[in-house]
Design a protein around this ligand. Sequence first.
Ligand code: ZN
Length: 482
Amino acid sequence: MKLGFSASCLALFVLTAVTPMASATSDGALVLRNVTIVNVERGRLEPRRDVVIVGDRIVGIQAGGTVQAPKQGRVLDGNGRFLMPGLWDFHVHVFSAPGEEDFALPLYILNGITGVRDAGALRTLPEQQSVAAAIERGERVGPRLVLAGALIDGPPGSWPGQMVAASPDEGRQRVRDSKAAGWGFIKSYSLLSEPTYLAIADEARRQRLPLYGHIPESVRLQTAVAAGHRSIEHFGRVTQACASEERAMISANAQALKAPEPFPALMAVMMGHNGRTLQSWDGERCAAVVKRLASAGVAVMPSLMVSDFYLGKDPAADDPRMRSVPSAVRAQWREGDWRRQQIPPELLAQAPKSVALDWRTFKIAHDAGVTMLAGTDAAFANPFLFHGYTLHDELARYVEAGLTPQQALLTATVNPGRFLARRDLAGRVSIRQRADLVLLDGNPLEDIGAIRRIHAVVANGRLFDRAALDSLLRDVEERAAR
Ligand SMILES: [Zn+2]
C-alpha cells in the first residue's frame, strides 16, 4: 500500500484549499474517489485509491473511500476507472498557421495530452511564451507547452521563418542569439553542412542548450551522437544508419548541397536513398548502431504515423476528427500535398517496404534500450496529422510494431519527464507530482486503445470532467465549421 499521507496532514491540505492562494489554480481541493491507479513505470495497477489534488499538485493518496469530502472543492467518483499520468506529445507544431493554437490547444486536453513539446513555429518566442503563461495561470485551456522551436537550418532554409547559418561562425552566432532570446533548446535542421552543424553542437554545449532535431542530411548518425545530439526527430535516419551504404548516401547529400541550387539537387539524390537503405540494411550493423544510441543516452522521437501520408492512407472524408479542423485547412489537406506530388510513383510503390523496415528497426532500437519519445508532428501544415488524436494512433502503432502497451505508454509519460529533467513531471501518479492526469474507462496496460476512452482530464490541477470535455469539443467544431 502506498499511503504515506496521514488524515491530519490531509485535513491541513483540504483547509489550505479554501485559501485564495490555493484557489488561484483550482477551486479548492479535488478528490478523485476510488480510482485504480495505473503505475506505468512498474506496469501494474493500484486499485481503490482516493487521490487528493490541491492547486497544481497531488497532495494525498489514501485507501479508497477514506478521504472526507472537502467543504469547498469537488469529488469525482472514479469507481471502475483507471487513473494514469497525463500524456505527452513530444513533437508538435501548435503555431504553424495563424490562429492554429486556438484549435490545437483544447484538442490536446480533450485527448488526455497534458504536455507538448513545440518543435517549431512561425510565431515569435514572446508570443509563444505569453500563450504558455496564460495556460499555466489557468486563463487558457491547453497542455503544458515546452517551447523548442529555435530552428537553425543551412542555406537557403527549408521553411519560412527559420534561422539560417551558412558557416560555423554563423552557426555559433545563431546559438548565442537563441540563448539571448530566451530559448531553452536548439533544433538543428536538414540543410546544415557538417562543419556548421558541429559548430552549433559545440556552441550549444557551451551555452547549456540541449541540441535536438533533424540530423542534417550531410551528417552521419554516429557523428551526431558523438557531437551530443540529444533527441533525433523522426525515425528514418536510424534505419538509414543501419545500412552499409549510409556513408556513401551521406556524402552524396553533402555533394548535392554544394550545387548552385542545393535543395533540388539534394532532393534528386535522396530519391534513391530508400532503395539503397532497403538493399543494404544489415542486422549486425544495426545492433551496433542502436547500442551506440542507447549507451550515449540519445533519444529518438519516432513519429511513425507520418508514413501513412506516403502510403496514401488518408482518413475518410467523414472521419469525425476532420470536424475539428478548420474548413480552410481541411480543403488544403484534401488538395493533395506538394510533398506527395513530388515523389515519383516508383518511390511511392516502395513505401510499404520502407515503412516495414522502419517498424522493424524501431523495435530493435527499443529493445536495445534506446529511449523513445512519442511524438506525431501534428500541425495544420502536415496533412492528416491531427492535434491530439494522432498521438493515440502513434502509441497504438508502437504496439503494432511489437511493444507492449506499458512500453508504449512509457514513451509518452515517463520518458518525456526524464528528458526534460523534471522530477515533478515524472509520469507517475504520486504525491508531490504535478496534477496532470487522465481518468480512463478502460485499463491501458491491457489495451492501448483505452487511452481513447477518456472520462476526465486533470491538467495542471484543473479538472475537465466529461461534460467539460464535450463542451470543449463542441466549441472547437463550431469554430472549425465557420
Ligand atoms: Zn516537425
